[in-house]
Each structure stands twice: as structure tokens, then as C-alpha cells.
Design a protein around this ligand. Structure first.
Ligand SMILES: [Zn+2]
Length: 266
């Protein structure tokens, strides 16, 4: 298996994986979505809420705020020595205390203060509730590690998708360079230059077949590589994208090892 990183920024990573089949590609994707833990608020103690928002709705909004996750310092509650009751090794407390003065006040995710500086909202600009003059909110929220299998709020990825790598071939003996494919391609991968059609950025091809249908039969063929996949992973901000991929590979390896152990014990 060979992995080539094509693009990376703080939230996103695009990479090619060669030498795998579609079942393995899907196992990677589903492990990222459902098995890789991330922190999220799971319990909220509302001490005061005079806003117009119901306590339950406010608690649900808090649960959906992505939190920067520290996988090294926290245990999954079910694997913790406290047996999930909640201790400093499996739970982090965030507090919010705000009162509107003479004007409306919008409370943002950045107004939450955390007892652990490593576990904070991934972005400060998520609006939670709007307070009218004189209204106030005091609450304590408890964040824990969980997996997407339990609740989608624990997913560390907002998007994880893969596709086959396209192979776009132009048969110059059948192509009359009419330029129809240049106009019809939504990803602009065809170029008409000096009466010949050439291709560029073929990884952007969405396999829509518009070029094939607009052209002479057989002039353009779109195929895909059987064993190569282009992955696009977008983090919620909980974990850096490359950590998501690394930890997923470790998780998958561990699961395979467990399956082999089980099979050999039969
Ligand atoms: Zn614990």
C-alpha cells in the first residue's frame, strides 16, 4: 500500500491510497466516522436560564459544539477506572456565566470556559443563544470522549469521502477537436489547443460522463483505477486531519488483530 498526500491544511487532508480494494477503503472511511473518539459535551447542569431558549435546546446546541480533543489525557468513560461515573481522567468541565446588560447579547461557543486549556471549543464563533436585556445564563457542561457510533456529535470528521481515481483517455483518431467536451465539462479538465484536445487535473473528474455523451462514440473514454482511491477528509476541528488518519489506521489494525486472535482461538 502506498499513500501520497496531495493537499493538507489545518482542517482538511486529501490523499491517494494505492494498492487497496474498495472494501478496505470503506473500512477506513467507516472507522473514521464511527470508531475514532472525540470529545463532546454530554451532560449539562443548568443553574439559571432566563433566556427564551428551552434548557433542552440549549443543552443540545452545546453538545454539537466541536471540542478540541486530547486523546492522550482522557479515557473513554467505559474504559476508565471510575467505570463511567465521571472523573478527571474521563470528563472535562466547561462553565458559562453570562448576563445581558442594557443591550441584547449573543452568547458564542468562545464564551465557554474550560477547566482544561487543551479541551476548548474548536471555533469560538458558533452562536448558542441570544439574551435580551436583563436575561442571564449560568450552567456547567461536562464533556467526555465518545464515538460516532454512539452519537454523531462525537464524530471528529465533518466529511470523509473517497472516490476511484479517474483515467481520462482521448482517442485522437476519433476526436475531431470540436471542443464540445471543453464546454460541457464542469471541472474544466479538457483543453483545446492547436486543434488537439488535451487533459489537465484529471483527479478533479467526477465521472459524470457528460464529455463522453457530447462527443463522437469512443473518442473519449472515462475509466477508473481498480486499486487506487482518492480520500478527502475534513475535520470538525476536534483533531488535526493527519492525526485522524493515523489513529484510524491504528484502530483498524487493532481490530484486525483482534479478529485474527478470535479466529485462531476457535
Ligand atoms: Zn473516569
Amino acid at each position: 500500500m502506498e499513500i501520497t498526500v496531495l493537499y493538507r491544511d489545518n482542517e482538511t487532508i486529501h490523499f491517494l491510497v494505492e494498492g487497496i480494494d474498495v472494501a478496505f477503503a470503506n473500512a477506513l472511511r467507516r472507522t473514521m466516522l464511527t470508531k475514532l473518539p472525540a470529545m463532546a459535551i454530554d451532560e449539562v447542569l443548568i443553574i439559571e436560564n432566563t433566556s427564551v431558549m428551552y434548557d433542552e435546546i440549549l443543552a443540545q446546541r452545546l453538545g454539537l459544539v466541536p471540542l478540541v480533543t486530547d486523546l492522550e489525557s482522557y479515557n473513554l468513560p467505559e474504559e476508565c477506572d471510575c467505570e463511567g461515573k465521571g472523573c478527571s481522567l474521563c470528563q472535562c468541565t466547561l462553565t458559562l456565566e453570562k448576563e445581558a446588560g442594557d443591550e441584547d447579547l449573543i452568547i458564542y461557543s468562545g464564551d465557554l470556559s474550560s477547566q482544561d486549556p487543551k479541551v476548548v471549543p474548536a471555533t469560538n464563533g458558533i452562536p448558542l443563544v441570544k439574551l435580551a436585556p436583563g436575561q442571564s445564563i449560568i450552567l456547567e457542561a461536562y464533556a467526555k470522549l465518545g464515538t460516532g457510533q454512539e452519537n454523531a456529535k462525537f464524530q471528529p470528521v465533518s466529511t470523509v469521502a473517497y472516490k476511484y481515481v479517474p483515467i481520462v483517455t482521448v482517442d485522437t483518431s476519433k476526436c475531431d477537436a470540436c471542443g464540445a467536451c471543453v464546454d460541457v465539462c464542469p471541472k474544466k479538465i479538457f483543453l483545446l489547443d492547436d486543434g488537439t484536445i488535451s487533459t489537465q487535473n484529471t483527479l478533479d473528474c467526477t465521472l459524470c460522463d457528460l464529455c463522453v455523451n457530447s462527443c463522437e462514440p469512443g473518442a473519449i473514454t472515462i475509466d477508473s483505477k481498480e486499486d487506487t482511491f482518492l480520500f478527502k477528509v475534513e475535520s470538525t476541528g476536534a483533531l488535526p486531519p493527519e492525526v485522524i488518519v493515523e489513529k484510524t489506521a491504528e484502530l483498524l489494525k487493532e481490530k484486525v488483530r483482534q479478529a485474527l486472535d478470535f479466529a485462531s482461538s476457535l
